[in-house]
Design a protein around this ligand. Sequence first.
Ligand code: NAD
Length: 291
Amino acid sequence: MAEKIDTITVDGLGLANTLRDEMKAEIEALVAAGHRPPQLTVVLVGDDPASKSYIKGKQRACARIGADSAEYLLPESTTEKELLELLAKLNADDAVDGILVQLPLPKHISPEAVAEAIDPAKDADALHPLNFGRLLLGNADLISCTPLGVMAVLERHGVEIAGKDAVVIGRSNIVGKPVSILLQQQNATVTMCHSRTQDLPGVCRRADILVAAAGNPRMVKGDWIKPGAAVMDVGVTEVDGKLVGDVDFEAAQGVAGIITPSRRGIGPMTITMLLRNTLEAYKSRKGLGRA
Ligand code: NAD
């Protein structure tokens, strides 16, 4: 019989708090040296309650590390032209270091046009084509927050990446693609899976590192997981009022080596990486070196 594994559940909130403490100390030192704190501006179009609550979380996180934040809550009727005009104003405002436009946007506004309208140097979510291109070339300063969060969990847990087989389920621009690139840059052999992948369970079983970012609740079963694998569950879907991940968490116990839970897993790390990007943007705009 296969040896039973003591699966480690990642404390994403604890890890996020450690990283936030590090950033707080860094900002305190910058302020003590006479600099102003970094500032993140968040823009929301429409009144989606989930988006409003995400924005509140981001503001609390800024306050926690001593960064400033501002918000623009625009009505659903805002035109693309009006939004782009606001972004041009924020780009030109020296007091703004990071800009984030909360997704999803209303249907009449193109997310691509919005991503391209943000100054790449203030692009806190790293969705501008220039930052995406730099990521591909391996020299990006600003990288999409969730993929950075996944990589930080792997790093802080000492998960070996070089030479390992990594499988990523999902190929979105915000999660699947960038995390695949980052894993490949750290010398993993990466397989990207999507809704047309044949024999997904068989492909997942080869993974030493499995990143699930499909948005399909509990799709990854216990017998899809290679014993001892690092399982990064990015997916979050509301099912019967509860947030559920892409991995069957209970079934992964005793099989996965480490696993992120759907609550307090990758989520707090994503917000932390938004803070990291804001601090990075601030320091590089002020010529204060890299975060
Ligand atoms: P998306 O819908 O843009 O992309 C989903 C991807 O998964 C697509 O490439 C699709 O081909 C693939 N996919 C869907 N169903 C599949 C299936 N049955 N088999 C194989 N592949 C399948 O989604 P996204 O923006 O990348 O987000 C993915 C999930 O991650 C969502 O649940 C989202 O809520 C969550 N998410 C969480 C965080 C966080 O901070 N925890 C951040 C971003 C996204």
